[in-house]
Design a protein around this ligand. Structure first.
Ligand code: NDP
Length: 274
């Protein structure tokens, strides 16, 4: 019988780890599936998604630059997707309709609280960035019980828009990137693409305390620049986004297959290479 079809859409997408991650989960659970990469330029994305599901596709992950477009294609949205206005997981509904979900926030929190055993409750967190991933992480941090969330972004208006959308001024506020002198954080999360696009983390080193954790959504070479800043600032705990990548995939996998895979073997195997 033909394998059940899954895919990840992106542009570019060739180096995506998602086929390997979903393939490993499936092998672990004895599930037979195919999981392909589909490179779609922005103008072709909607048609490519429709074709995939019309041909019997059972689930699609979506990555840069299509997460907002994926959200717009769906007629039903989970709360996690609706809050962010972006989706990384599409599931077919009856009648050719699509359901949109977003597992970036849940994957981030699961990695940090379960893999790295960090209890976020009562933390003062600083979030760098206000793009799609930052939005998901902001909501997830507040759900996980941080005491305060401070958002800074190169384009300050986008940080303000995110804080306004969250609408919890007692806990969540913005600062200017160069307005952090005198502040201290338990957790500093890099959700910018500085590690990919280039740029510097000119933040006061005094924002870190001895116990503070620095977390970069990026992994591999792209995590080098934030790690460089964190190391220079004396951070004792640095985590990269490889665990988040595996956990967001596991949350999508669970939605499609109804079973949660053990993420540790996949994470450990990838860790050897990144
Ligand atoms: P977006 O393009 O939506 O957002 C990019 C963010 O980075 C914006 O806040 C932007 O600021 C900021 N930025 C970009 N360049 C610079 C610069 N030179 N100086 C300062 N700020 C800059 O990207 P995403 O939110 O989708 O992704 C962000 C990062 O997170 C990516 O590197 C991605 O790979 C990673 N990621 C990792 C995941 C994982 O599972 N590990 C999941 C999702 C994302 P501005 O608003 O001013 O443009």
């Amino acid at each position: 019988a033909e394998a059940h079809r899954y895919a990840v859409f992106g542009h570019p997408i060739a180096h995506s780890l998602s086929p390997e991650i979903h393939g490993s989960f499936a092998a672990q659970l004895g599930i037979h599936l195919s999981y392909e990469t589909i490179d779609a330029a922005p103008g072709d994305f909607a048609a490519a998604v429709r074709r995939f599901f019309a041909d019997g596709g059972l689930g699609a992950n979506v990555t840069l630059p299509h997460k907002e477009a994926a959200f717009a294609l769906a007629s039903e949205h989970s709360e996690a997707a609706a809050r962010v206005g972006a989706a990384n997981t599409l599931t077919p509904l009856v009648g050719g309709k699509l359901h949109a979900h977003n597992t970036d926030g849940s994957g981030f929190v699961r990695d940090i609280t379960e893999r790295h055993s960090l209890d976020l409750r009562g933390h003062d967190a600083l979030l760098l960035g206000a793009g799609g991933a930052a939005k998901a992480v902001a909501w997830a941090l507040l759900d996980a019980g941080v005491q305060t969330l401070t958002i800074v972004n190169r384009t300050p208006e986008r940080a303000d828009q995110l804080a306004d959308a969250i609408g919890d001024p007692a806990r969540c506020h913005t600062r200017y990137w160069d307005g952090l002198d005198g502040e201290c954080f338990d957790l500093v999360v890099n959700a910018t693409s500085i590690g990919v696009t280039g740029g510097s983390f000119d933040l006061p080193m005094s924002i870190l305390q001895d116990h503070s954790t620095c977390y970069d959504l990026c992994y591999g070479a792209a995590a080098a620049s934030f790690k460089g800043w964190a190391t220079a600032a004396g951070a004792r705990y640095f985590r990269d986004g490889l665990g988040m990548l595996v956990e967001q995939a596991a949350d999508a996998f669970e939605r499609w297959h109804g079973t949660r895979p053990d993420t540790d073997p996949v994470y450990n195997a990838l860790r050897q290479r990144f």
